[in-house]
Design a binder for this molecule. Structure first.
Ligand code: ASP
Ligand code: MG
Length: 396
């Protein structure tokens, strides 16, 4: 069971979480719980780290990434202890585990570490003795023997990794929504909650803008085939159906083999704040992509969609790609700095674009999806200043 920041935002909610856990324990399950920090806490900790050099008047805004981890991992230490106490006060045998105590071993990439290995033997033994393991999410221990955090939203990844390590039947992610929807219900009231979605589809949805789960957690679930279930923590823990082990309310993320009816379109994801860059008249020769995308990668700019036009004259082409809007100024300055090496006429750009992605495994063997999508896009004219011609550039 994993509970996110809004689910453990205060003592009352932590008490409510404890009731969810108690329900499962009372039903005879062995339970490990992973918790996030109270919502807003990690942001506050990150800001403290970033502001410390400034307050000291340091000329450089940089700080030691190992100390960043020491500070920002603390939010989960608090909630894991508090939940253990709440469980104990309900008569449930429970204890907290920090990442280093299990241990959850990670690589050395402080601030965005990857889990390398989890030794599940201690918690398995304790769970076998009837003790609930309350694990601090988002953290592990690096090869340098120091705290390492897994990147923002990382406690989803902790939960899936723990589930894989203890060979859990399922990883239940309790969150502030009651499942995964076909699209964002705040924008499209017709959006439906899905009963099941495949790992592949969920990975696409998570990468393309759905914020229900951290992308990396879905990757991990897919690789280790961890059946992952998204459900609400705000429901009354004892409401009818909540304790139904086989068919609880929510969305199951599972292997596509478990999904009998494969939809052509499962979901629609969107991302705002994309920017598009076109390099005009780039030399059409092998290796030119490396010359463009190498320097961008070194500047940690994440390039998304890439189109290289067919060359009109056999020697020059256009290269168009997208980056997050926030990275546009940096991307343009990197490209300008490398202008001679790459060889292009001008870099044109436009920000404030949105990307709409249509997702579904059934599409693999189905024509006509793009036609339907492109018929619908013009029916919903953008409220922005953009011309229809540009709007048609929205990609799918
Ligand atoms: N507390 C961490 C964050 O806010 C990890 C998580 O909540 O998943 O990013
Ligand atoms: Mg989260």
């Amino acid at each position: 069971m994993k509970f996110g920041g809004t689910s453990v935002a205060n003592l009352e909610r932590i008490h409510n979480v404890a009731r969810h856990v108690k329900r499962e324990v009372d039903a005879g399950h062995e339970v490990a719980v992973v918790v996030s920090a109270m919502s807003g806490k990690t942001n506050e900790l990150v800001a403290w780290v970033q502001d410390t050099p400034k307050v000291n008047g340091a000329s450089s805004p940089f700080y030691d990434a190992r100390e960043y981890d020491a500070v920002v991992a603390s939010g989960e230490q608090v909630t894991s202890g508090l939940l253990a106490i709440a469980l104990q006060s309900m008569g449930i045998n429970a204890r907290s585990w920090q990442g280093w105590q299990i241990p959850i071993r990670t690589d050395n990439a402080h601030g965005a570490a990857r889990i390398l290995e989890i030794d599940g033997s201690d918690i398995i033994k304790r769970m076998g003795e009837g003790q609930v393991a309350v694990v601090a999410g988002f953290q592990g221990i690096g090869p340098d023997n120091r705290l390492a955090t897994l990147g923002r939203g990382g406690s989803d990844t902790s939960a899936v990794a723990i589930a894989a390590a203890v060979k859990a039947d399922r990883c239940d992610i309790y969150t502030d929504v009651d499942g995964v929807y076909t699209t964002d219900p705040r924008i499209v009231p017709k959006a439906r909650r899905m009963k099941k979605v495949s790992f592949e589809e969920m990975l696409e949805m998570a990468s393309l803008g759905s914020k229900v789960l951290q992308v990396r957690s879905v990757e991990l679930a897919m690789v280790h085939k961890v059946r992952t279930f998204v459900r609400s923590s705000f429901e009354d823990p004892d409401a009818p159906g909540m304790g139904d082990f086989l068919n609880p309310p929510g969305t199951l993320i599972c292997d596509e083999e478990e999904i009998v009816e494969q939809e052509v379109v499962t979901g629609i994801a969107y991302a705002k704040d994309e920017a598009q860059i076109s390099l005009r008249r780039v030399a059409d020769r092998p290796g030119v992509s490396a010359a463009i995308f190498g320097p961008l990668a070194e500047a940690h700019i994440n390039v998304d969609m890439i189109v290289q036009n067919i060359s009109e004259d056999g020697s020059k082409t256009d290269m168009t790609f997208t980056v997050p809007s926030g990275d546009l100024p940096k991307a343009i300055s990197v490209l300008d700095a490398n202008k001679d090496k790459i060889g292009f006429d001008v870099a044109q750009s436009e920000s404030g674009l949105a990307k709409v992605s249509v997702i579904g495994i059934g599409m693999r063997s189905h024509a006509g999806v793009l036609r339907r999508l492109s018929r619908h896009l013009p029916k919903n004219p953008s409220t922005s200043r953009r011309s229809p011609r540009r709007k048609s550039r929205s990609r799918s």
